[in-house]
Write a protein that binds this ligand. Sequence first.
Ligand code: ADP
Ligand code: DAR
Length: 346
Amino acid sequence: MNKKNEFPTFPAGCESLLCKHLTKEIFEELKDKKTQNGFALEDAIHSGVVNPDSGIGVYAGDLESYTLFSKLFDPIIQEYHGFSPEDKHKSNLNPNDLDAPNLDPKGEYIVSTRIRVGRNVADLPLGPAITKEQRNEIEKNVSQSLQAMSGNLAGRYYPLKGMNDDIKAALIADHFLFKTGDRFLEAAGLNRNWPEGRGIYHNDEKTFLVWINEEDQLRIISMQMGGNILEVFTRLSSAIQEIEKKVAFSYSEHLGYITSCPTNLGTAMRASVHIKLPKLAQDMTAFKAITDKHFLQIRGIHGEHSESEGGVYDISNKRRLGVTEVECVQDMVNGVKELIAKEKLL
Ligand code: ADP
Ligand code: DAR
């Protein structure tokens, strides 16, 4: 275990962006600094120190973290997003600007579509630095705002605390609810006081859902079976604009919507399909050539750090900052179109 305030030792072969960009000089310069919320460098890097297999390894505790520890965060943001300290984020949630024809009219490939954004409440710390009282206040205020939603967004809030274990397991198995116990989130301090202050809001059809106080304070989700990506995006866009009338989100001109993990900054959007590509799965070089070309990420079907099952993959945009929401979804549409064309050829 690293002693307090000593430059951390990382095992040989560590490939996280933390390992790559935390120099001894940066560590010495930042190690005694704390944000107004008392969040220190060692808090920001703890997840990546105890999980050397992290891809990134750092989390912000508040908006101030991104400026106070910019010597570490900026090169990580530059490498992950290709976004420099001088760049400005931009936003466009207009579904009319999306070119998304039906990619799978016979329903042969796309099992389901899900588009989510992360949001955090303005002027409060992020999950790693928030107090239990602040987190519970967010749960109360946000769930009340959501339960005032109408039309196809109307639904109910279900606190995680006291939720029946079978119902919880079913919601997770059906891909609706977040998993518990992610070691990266644990080490970042994001699971403190679990399950208090956490829960899920959803409409009756479970096509509009909001996670409260998981990795971010809100994860606003639109999802449905099949490949009607435009319908999923249109529902999400409407929901975000409805919620934003009631809840002020943490946002900066430079970094867009502020999130605890730097990979989610900007749009904080992940637009994904679960898609059957059994033939292409036999040629991962060709598969990855297409996903790389369209800035896409391949995940397993039970969320991050899970494996694919039965030749079904979670394909989603990787770019989130310095691109608009429409461009995030367009990346996914363009990539999925080429993946299906390739699968048909094989
Ligand atoms: P996030 O997308 O919030 O970053 P994960 O990758 O862990 O987090 O996915 C969260 C949950 O959403 C998991 O249960 C995963 O199976 C589910 N999921 C993601 N994309 C889809 C999709 N296109 N269709 C159905 N479920 C999905
Ligand atoms: N697992 C952490 C975070 C990577 C990005 N995924 C998030 N934010 N859910 C890592 O550093 O690998």
